[in-house]
Design a protein around this ligand. Structure first.
Ligand SMILES: Nc1ncnc2c1ncn2[C@@H]1O[C@H](COP(=O)(O)OP(=O)(O)OP(=O)(O)O)[C@@H](O)[C@H]1O
Ligand SMILES: [Mg+2]
Length: 284
């Protein structure tokens, strides 16, 4: 759906490139996660793909054609949930939605969406009187306003309570089930686990790793089992490789002769992979 080749971008004010030769594809019908540490260039990449930043080098194709060849019609097919919600704060939520609806040929049922995200009863409240999470949910509804084919979501569950985050994630899943494509940026690795088919980790302006979540877990997997057991009166800890565990004499001796307190197989989490691949602790 999108083909990004050797994308390089520098903000005019900056000396160095923010994006330094990034190549990836977003396939139709997938949820593609664009991940990486704060400040690495995820939002910048999203802004280039939605034609908000122009002075890049490299190539960005949408359905095989350069995005530069598309006019305003481009926006009929894409939905955007910006990182920082921008609404007309003096207008109500409903007025905001009606304003933006007029820009599009196709309109979603926004009453239904407002109900889904729990804003229907507050639809006639001014956005200036909305809480942060309410603005975030309104932002999400706006992304879906034009029944888009592809959704660009920049931290859509940021600042939402678990119940509202659940609703947003469910809607993203339903969007995908109906054939939609999603570019998702988030710092919440649980959301990635739940939603993303493939992910790209950015580091130092480049793609450090790109694959399915499953393959990354296999590649970076630790395949270990941690055991805590009682040795006379002291608690001992030991870690064993899962490979050939049944032939590991020490492991067998422990489980035959000791009182086991806990035993956990250690699956590599996306958090671990994030830190390994990007070489930094994540922020924000
Ligand atoms: N308008 C701008 N002018 C100059 N530099 C900018 C501008 N916007 C962003 N940057 C810089 O570009 C880099 C990438 O920013 P970007 O917002 O893309 O990061 P991000 O990966 O989305 O981070 P976060 O996870 O914190 O949202 C940062 O170093 C930032 O300071
Ligand atoms: Mg960002």
């Amino acid at each position: 759906m999108f083909g990004v080749k050797n994308l390089t971008f520098k903000y005019p004010k900056n000396k160095q490139n923010t994006i330094n030769g990034v190549t990836f594809k977003i396939k139709e019908g997938e949820v593609f996660g664009l991940l990486g540490p704060s400040g690495v260039g995820k939002s910048t990449t999203q802004k280039i793909l939605i034609k908000l930043l122009h002075k890049y080098s490299g190539e960005v194709l949408y359905k095989g054609d350069d995005i530069k060849s598309y006019g305003k019609n481009f926006y009929q097919e894409i939905g955007v949930g910006f990182e920082m919600p921008v609404h007309f704060s003096k207008l109500t939520a409903n007025e905001n939605l009606n304003f933006f609806k007029k820009l599009y040929k196709a309109n979603a049922n926004t009453d239904y969406l407002l109900k889904r995200v729990g804003l229907y009863d507050d639809r006639n409240k001014k956005v200036s009187d909305y809480s942060k999470g309410m603005k975030g949910r309104l932002n999400f509804v706006r992304a879906l306003l034009n029944n888009p084919k592809i959704l660009f979501l920049d931290e859509p569950t940021n600042g939402l309570d678990p119940k509202n985050a659940r609703i947003v994630k469910d809607i993203i899943k339903e969007f995908k089930q109906k054939g939609g494509t999603v570019l998702l940026t988030t710092h919440l690795m649980n959301d990635v686990d739940e939603l993303c088919d493939r992910v790209a980790f950015m580091a130092d302006g480049k793609i450090a790793e790109i694959d399915t979540v499953k393959n990354l877990k296999v590649k970076y997997g630790q395949r270990k089992v941690d055991i805590e057991y009682k040795n006379h009166e002291t608690l001992e800890k030991e870690s064993f490789d899962l490979n050939h565990l049944g032939m590991n004499e020490k492991f067998l001796r422990i489980i035959k002769t000791k009182e086991i307190i806990t035993m956990h197989s250690k699956e590599t989490s996306l958090d671990d992979i994030f830190i390994k691949v990007t070489g930094v602790e994540k922020h924000g």
